[in-house]
Design a protein around this ligand. Structure first.
Ligand code: V47
Length: 364
């Protein structure tokens, strides 16, 4: 009955795409464009929830995690960045000792450490390998998800080793997985406008491919909602889907809506929540091969993150413990932190089964 009401309002081209999804047929890039352009929000919510529940039933995952941001001093000049010292005027570069001190103070319950900062030439491969192995000495049990492909690209070039040799060294020192940052938008023209000096799409994808081949899981992201087109978003997601077909190494896709506070793109208006939800839903329907769709609540805000769970998201990221500044500086949640208890209670109230996971999505 509800189906009929929802589908009776859909345009014929949208119904054709939904038919494919019901029949377990992969949707094409053109189909994804149809959804972006012509699908109404009610049917997108219905369909993305249908797919999400087939994969994860009513479960919503979260992890007890902590972020370390080693530095915000960066050789790159990304126009959307609010985090860099260049923009904020407040630079920091923590010493290894300071970061180890943070790790010493962590509760035993934290099981994922997310380490991402900026590309700072003083921090080379040896520095990060020593940091990783010292962290593991303190906390052999903790999963270290660290360094975006952009930071790894710098380590590769600076050390003059191959991609594979560099990642192997990081793994030997204690790296367990790689986060999804730095992907931005793969289209080269757009990329040149938003982050001209940054690692290009080909290298970002090669680094993730090599990591997957070496047995590491990684995440994937897309920064969207400035002046890219739907075609650019679909092309970006298609590159990720193609790589996943080969390696199956991506755990999650994380859409990151552009936030406009305190950066060189502050004149660009942020897209609406409706557009944001449309994007979660299309991503869930497009990625038939990436298991998790993460809503990163410190960026999206709690309310909108709960809404995103009705548009295909199944992973709420983590407890964070006030440990990240990246999104606060771009105008999002200040000092983000939520206890596992509050998170579970909140998710349960919304009708979900809150599931604490480890970094590899094993249920705890
Ligand atoms: O690559 C930077 C984005 C990313 C802005 O893998 C912005 O689990 C919006 O990748 N507006 C870094 N987005 C963060 C990231 C991440 C976060 C949480 C979890 C994981 C994971 C990965 O943040 C950057 C860029 O795409 N970003 N500035 C901004 N103004």
């Amino acid at each position: 009955m509800i189906n009929n009401i929802i589908f009776s309002q859909c345009k014929p081209n949208v119904k054709e795409v939904y038919k494919k999804i019901f029949e377990n047929v992969r949707i094409s890039c053109d189909d994804a464009l149809v959804l972006y352009q012509d699908a109404d929000l009610a049917s997108l919510s219905f369909m993305s929830s249908f797919v999400k529940e087939k994969l994860h039933s009513k479960k919503v995952y979260f992890v007890k995690n902590y972020h370390i941001e080693p530095t915000n001093i960066c050789i790159h000049n990304c126009k959307f960045c609010s985090f860099s010292e260049r923009i904020s005027g407040q630079g920091w570069s923590h010493t290894a000792e300071q970061m180890l001190q943070e790790v010493k103070q962590l509760s035993k319950e934290i099981n994922e450490l997310h380490i991402v900062g900026a590309v700072y030439p003083d921090y080379d491969l040896d520095f990060y390998c020593n940091l990783l192995s010292d962290i593991k000495k303190l906390r052999p049990d903790i999963h270290i998800k660290a360094f975006s492909a952009v930071e790894i690209d710098f380590l590769i070039k600076h050390s003059e080793l191959s991609i594979s040799q560099t990642i192997k060294k990081l793994i030997d020192a204690g790296l367990d997985s790689i986060p999804g940052g730095g992907a931005e938008i793969f289209d080269s023209e757009i990329r040149n406008q938003i982050c001209p000096s940054k690692t290009d799409a080909k290298q970002w994808l090669l680094i993730h491919e090599e990591a997957h081949k070496l047995g590491l899981s990684t995440n994937s992201t897309m920064l969207y909602g400035f002046f890219e087109t739907y075609e650019h978003r679909v092309q970006h997601m298609n590159e990720l889907r193609k790589l996943q077909d080969i390696t199956n190494g991506f755990n999650a896709f994380i859409p990151l809506k552009f936030k406009n506070s305190n950066n060189e793109f502050s004149h660009i208006e942020e897209i609406s929540v409706v557009e944001e939800m449309r994007n979660y839903a299309v991503a869930r329907l497009f990625f038939d091969n990436i298991p998790h769709l993460k809503v990163y609540w410190p960026m999206t805000g709690i309310e909108n993150s709960l809404t995103a769970l009705r548009y295909g998201a199944d992973d709420f990221d983590g407890t964070i413990e006030e440990s990240t500044k990246i999104y606060e500086m771009a105008g999002s949640v200040s000092n983000p932190s939520i206890s596992a208890e509050s998170l579970s209670e909140m998710l349960q109230k919304e009708g979900y089964v809150a599931v604490e996971r480890d970094a590899m999505y094993n249920e705890i």
